[in-house]
Design a binder for this molecule. Structure first.
Ligand SMILES: [Zn+2]
Length: 141
């Protein structure tokens, strides 16, 4: 199991037929974005059709997990019991993903130390045997 940042009582993400491949890859600690096989456009969250060309033939493209903080907010109210406060919600601009942004959490950093544009890297949090959540921390390398 990975290091834990959030308590077990956190509401889990709801997978559906469109998002399931994302969560299956996450369970293997692979961060993927949907890429259109017709025009190459990348998008997240996934959709049945490409937002650029309307093709309905996507594939999944693995990204490095590096990126930068596009924006963030500090949350002072818990959403689960035993949750440490405050915690950080951030929009991460993913490197090598054609401008795709992912909403996630920042960990291993104090709120006052976070800046827009700060380089971050992926860290997986295994919530259970089949659910891993991508979180981000300041880049170490
Ligand atoms: Zn397309």
């Amino acid at each position: 199991m990975s290091e834990r940042f959030f308590p077990d009582g956190m509401p889990p993400p709801l997978a559906n037929a469109i998002t399931l491949p994302f969560w299956e890859a996450a369970a293997e600690h692979r961060l993927v974005v949907q890429r259109c096989t017709a025009c190459g456009h990348m998008q997240l969250p996934p959709s049945p059709v490409c937002s650029e060309c309307r093709s309905d033939v996507p594939e999944w493209h693995e990204v490095s997990g590096r990126g930068e903080v596009f924006t963030f907010t500090t949350v002072h109210r818990p959403i689960a019991a035993s949750q440490e406060l405050p915690f950080l919600i951030a929009v991460i601009a993913l490197e090598g993903a054609d401008g795709v942004r992912l909403i996630s959490n920042l960990v291993e950093v104090e709120p006052d130390a976070v800046e827009i544009g700060m380089p971050v890297e992926l860290v997986w949090e295994d919530m259970s045997a089949d659910l891993a959540i991508p979180r981000f921390r300041p880049q170490r390398s």
